[in-house]
Structure formats: C-alpha cells, structure tokens
Design a protein around this ligand. Structure first.
Ligand SMILES: Nc1ncnc2c1ncn2[C@@H]1O[C@H](COP(=O)(O)OP(=O)(O)OP(=O)(O)O)[C@@H](O)[C@H]1O
Ligand code: SF4
Ligand SMILES: [Mg+2]
Length: 372
C-alpha cells in the first residue's frame, strides 16, 4: 500500500457495513435526489452571507438531450449538478478538474451567460439566478470573463484602441473626452505599449493578445473576473508573465477571481481557495494550504500526485486513475467517482457520500470520512 493510501485509509471511519445484495440503487438515487431538492428548498430561505461577493447555492446547469413534442425534458446532460460555495472580496478561487467536468459551464452560468437550471447565485447579496437580460445589463460591468483563447476572442478588424475603448464608451465609464487617456493608462498597467493603440490583433503574439483581453475586461472596472483557462493556450514562459500580471492587478485593484484551470501548479500559485470538480459536482473545497497539505478526496489525491515535484529528494507516489471519465449524461449511481476510485468500497457503488465540512471550511464528499 502506498504512503498516500495509508494516509487516507488511516482517516477512514467506515460507514456501517451493509449487505447491498438486494439494494435498490434506483430507489436510493431517487431518495438522494429528493433529499438534495428538499435541502435546496430549505436553504433558499436562508439570507445570503453579507461578506461574500459571490455565493452559489445548489447551482445546476443541465443541457437537455431529449425532449417531448411538448418540450418536456426526458433526459439531460448534468454539466453542473448541485454546486455550492462562497467567495469573499479580493480572493482567488481556483477551480480544477479534468476536461468536461463542468468548469466552464459553471463559470458561464454564474455570469448568466447560461441560464441556470436551478439554484441561487448571489452577487453582493442579491440573487441574480433568475435575472432577465435587462436586469443583468448594469451588472455586466461588475462581472467579466477572460477566455482561454485570445486568438478567437478579439475582433480581427478593430484596433486595440477601439477594442478596449468600446466597452468604456458603451458603459460610460469615463467622460468621452477622457476615454483615450483612460485606455492608454489601462494598456500601460497591462504591459501594452502606447503605440499598440492603433494596431490590429493579428499583429500580436498570444501573450500580448491575452494582455489585450485582460485590459478589455478591466476597462469596465469589474469586481469579479472569471478567468477560464487564461494561460492554457500560451507558452510556459508567457504563462508566468500573464499570471503575474493578473496577480499584480489584483493586488492593486482588489479584484475577486474565479480562476479555472486544469494546471494545478498555476492554481497553487494564484489561488487562496480551491474547488475540485468531478462530473459536474464539487468533490472537495477549501483553503489552498489545507487542500495541498491534506488532500482528502481520492480524486484530489490522484490529481495532485500527477503534479511534478520540483524537489528531487522528495518521492511522490503517482496515483493512476483507471478508465475514462464517465459521461455526465449518464453518471454512475452512488459516488460518481466509484468507477475510477482506487479506494472504492461496496457502499460507494450504491450510496452517494455527503458533501461535508470536516473543519475550517474544508469540504469533502467521500465515504472515507464520517458520514453522519
Ligand atoms: N452548450 C452546451 N450544450 C450541451 N452540452 C454542453 C454545452 N456546453 C458544455 N456542454 C457539456 O457539458 C459538460 C461540461 O463541459 P465544460 O465545457 O463545462 O467542461 P470543462 O470542465 O470546462 O472542460 P475543459 O477543461 O475541456 O474546458 C461536457 O460534457 C460538455 O460536453
Ligand atoms: S468511490 Fe467515492 S466515496 Fe468511495 S472512496 Fe472513492 S471517492 Fe470516496
Ligand atoms: Mg472549459
């Protein structure tokens, strides 16, 4: 048994051993769903945390796969399935997980670029989950997104000056005669030379384009910025520059970031808190230091074991996950991770573990820990 497995099994307080031979998995799944719905309904009445800039409760985004002629959804892909967390002003929450686990969909649903299927999204204490486009308009400046691909997210026929000026003019951020000075100052903060103002996106490298995207996002003075894999398309050396730029801007202007990435080294560097997603669910959430020093969920342990250790004297046991990630259209019953989990037990195939706080805001969903 690996040291890592020993650590985990050492913490195990196994649920009572049950005989699952005649267990009705479908009935249990239904019961769990009803319990989750009842909890979401009860939580709906709770006041939002006045300190949090973003509070997400039981957020769901399901994409319909099959509908009746009357429009009733018969089956759906559960891209985000009952996710809850809070972020406080000035914090960076890193969201990690394999491709397809729902990171982008969650970020876009929070920003109302997708309409949530269910759940609450409090931005500065106001639930915007059911806001219409018109109600969202004044909030659009406060919540921005930086995309992964700086190549396709810039209009090719506009100059850098026009690209960054447009939202400033539309949202009347400064008086019209001050727009150019405002944009040049912003470009300077983002490491863009003033003579780039008249140039076109195709004249720039990937890193410079991402700086333009960042300047455009910051131009409307946002408070929350969703960064969706902002450096994944860039060379490693350029990645560091962009990450440092995001950090510097945050220190100067106290932004809150939701930082989506599958690169754990980047997330470790930039985040204050980390959320680990698997198949549309949050399986672990907590302070960065707690998660890195004590990853409790077997999935988090496997993800972290794959991060190269810069210290050659420290041996890391790589945990290889078997099999492919299942389809979110048909997730496994019980614990969604049981088909790949090296520590799966019989109960994991039948009963979903509770998502619980095991101290100081360190949430985990796993039968390896007390469930009562
Ligand atoms: N508009 C859509 N319609 C239907 N299904 C979608 C849509 N957008 C995303 N999905 C599905 O939702 C699931 C989650 O996708 P998402 O893009 O959020 O994952 P991700 O974690 O961001 O992955 P990656 O790391 O590859 O960017 C995937 O199965 C995807 O196919
Ligand atoms: S299958 Fe799920 S509940 Fe069971 S040990 Fe693995 S992560 Fe925990
Ligand atoms: Mg994505």
């Amino acid at each position: 048994m690996s040291e890592r497995e020993e650590q985990t099994t050492g913490a195990i307080s196994t649920a009572p051993i049950e005989d699952f031979s005649n267990f009705d998995n479908e009935a249990e799944a239904l019961r769990e769903q009803q319990a989750r719905d009842a909890q979401a309904e009860a939580d709906r009445e709770l006041p939002p945390d006045p300190e949090a800039i973003l509070e997400v409760r039981h957020l769901k985004k399901h994409f319909p796969l099959k509908k009746t002629l009357m429009g009733k959804v018969l089956s759906a892909l559960k891209a985000v399935d009952d996710v809850s967390f809070k972020v406080y002003p000035g914090e960076t929450l890193g969201i990690v997980g394999e491709s397809g686990c729902g990171k982008t969909t969650m970020g876009r649903t929070i920003l109302k670029l997708h309409q949530p299927t269910d759940g609450q999204v409090f931005f500065k204490g106001v639930d915007i989950a059911n806001y219409k486009a018109k109600q969202m308009r004044p909030l659009r400046t406060k919540m921005q997104i930086v995309f992964q691909d700086p190549y396709s997210s810039l209009p090719p026929r506009s100059t850098v000056g026009d690209i960054i000026s447009e939202p400033v003019r539309v949202h009347k951020i400064v008086p019209p005669d001050q727009v150019k000075d405002y944009v040049l100052k912003l470009m300077d903060q983002c490491g863009l030379r003033d003579y780039y103002y008249e140039r076109y996106p195709h004249e720039f490298s990937g890193g410079q384009r991402q700086r333009i995207c960042i300047a455009r996002a910051l131009s409307v003075q946002p408070e929350l910025i969703v960064c969706d894999e902002p450096v994944s398309a860039l060379d490693v050396s350029i990645q560091a520059q962009i990450i440092n730029l995001l950090k510097k801007l945050q220190q100067e202007q106290k932004f809150t970031y939701l930082f989506i990435s599958h690169d754990l080294s980047v997330v470790k560097y930039i985040s204050d808190k980390i959320g680990v997603m698997y198949l549309g669910s949050m399986v672990e959430f907590g302070k960065k230091d707690d998660i890195f020093s004590n990853p409790m969920h077997p999935y988090t342990q496997a993800l972290f074991s794959a991060v190269p250790n810069p210290n050659p004297d420290e041996k890391t046991d790589r945990i290889l996950l078997k099999g492919d990630i299942p389809s979110p259209a048909n997730p496994p019953l019980g614990c969604k991770f049981h088909t790949r989990c090296p520590l799966a037990k019989e109960i994991c195939k039948h009963i979903a573990p509770a998502y619980k706080d095991y101290g100081d805001g360190h949430f985990v969903a796993c039968h390896c820990y007390p469930q009562e």
